[in-house]
Design a protein around this ligand. Structure first.
Ligand SMILES: Cc1cc2nc3c(=O)[nH]c(=O)nc-3n(C[C@H](O)[C@H](O)[C@H](O)COP(=O)(O)O)c2cc1C
Length: 313
């Protein structure tokens, strides 16, 4: 998009970031998004560092467009991944679960744009002060780890609180969501759940089908009582979590139940014991498409804006 601050900052065509998704957002998905004009992101979660480097190099073979790497700062490998992104000349780093402050100087000296994900105004301000180039404000409609505020409430408050560009995330599934995000003051969007249904997304077919057939009320947040709230699609595992929460079980019991659950969903498609992370917008997503088709639909805004223009006169 011409004159879009975020597109100019990163050198991309559409102001969309494909959200990091641990064990899902690999080089194939990231490169497909970047080739389609967005910003693909490789999620590193708690991946072994050799695999991180391998995925980065694969992505470089698949695209000559910019792509980024997401670092979960609580991961035991965070420090090493923070160095790898410099060595591999990555252009953009998004961060979750903590403050990237201690890496900021190193990343800046390597011309890396740093974009933390936040769920509150206070954290957005802290990140701006620490040197963030932009902020992703993520509402609790989103899949994966969530905060308390909705996208609708969070984004305009973050926009008013900081001077750097704000990217809206959480619950954006089509061009109406994109238009709404811009109305709230965001300059770009980050999307996770819709990309779960991308043809280039390498998840087990059962996972994809679960997203494609989900209804509006099919997600639930587990882990609020343990301080690690995660939005996932309901199944036997989420019911077990809810029972543990009601019984105020010890955190070891949660850890035992959750161990390997994401892999069970992503790789094995284990419908009962897998953790099928997805956002509330899953109910809107009903077909598998390529990343290019998804992005082009989301930014087909002209007709929509004409309709809005008519409706508000
Ligand atoms: C399956 C899944 C895994 C996720 N894993 C991560 C992650 O590893 N790191 C991160 O910063 N965000 C993670 N997220 C959040 C996304 O990057 C993105 O911000 C979010 O999906 C946007 O909301 P939406 O799901 O409504 O599109 C994950 C989301 C999903 C759906």
């Amino acid at each position: 998009m011409k004159n879009n601050k975020f597109c100019e900052m990163i050198g991309i065509e559409y102001p969309i970031i494909q959200g990091a998704m641990a064990w899902i957002a690999d080089s194939t998905l990231a490169a497909a998004v970047s080739n389609a004009g967005g910003l693909g992101i490789i999620a590193t979660g708690n991946m072994p560092v050799d695999l991180v480097r391998e995925e980065i190099r694969k992505a470089k073979e698949l695209t000559d467009k910019p792509f980024g790497v997401n670092i979960m700062l609580l991961s035991p490998n965070a420090e090493e991944v923070a160095r790898i992104v410099c060595e591999e000349k990555i252009k953009v780093v998004t961060t979750g679960a903590g403050s990237p402050g201690k890496y900021m100087e190193m990343w800046k000296s390597h011309n890396i744009k740093v974009i933390p994900v936040v769920a509150s105004v206070a954290l957005a301000k802290r990140m701006e002060k620490a040197g963030a180039d932009a902020i992703i404000a993520e509402g609790c409609e989103s899949g994966g780890h969530v905060g308390e505020l909705t996208t609708m409430a969070l984004v305009p408050q973050v926009v008013d609180a900081v001077n750097v560009p704000v990217i809206a995330a959480g619950g954006i599934g089509d061009k109406r969501g994109v238009a709404a995000a811009f109305m709230l003051g965001a300059v770009a969007i980050q999307v996770g759940t819709r990309f779960l249904a991308a043809r280039e997304c390498n998840i087990h077919e059962n996972y994809k089908q679960k997203v494609l057939t989900a209804k509006d009320i099919d997600t639930v947040v587990t882990g609020r009582s343990t301080g690690h709230p995660v939005r996932v699609l309901r199944n036997k595992l989420t019911r077990k979590f809810q029972i543990l929460e009601k019984g105020n079980a010890a955190s070891e019991e949660f850890d035992k139940l959750g161990k390997g659950a994401l892999t069970k969903a992503v790789k094995e498609g284990d419908l009962d014991n897998g953790s099928f992370m997805a956002g509330q917008i899953a109910g809107l997503i009903s077909k598998e498409e390529t990343c290019k088709e998804i992005i082009e639909e989301m930014f087909d805004l002209v007709n929509l804006l004409e309709k809005i223009n008519k409706d508000i006169r």
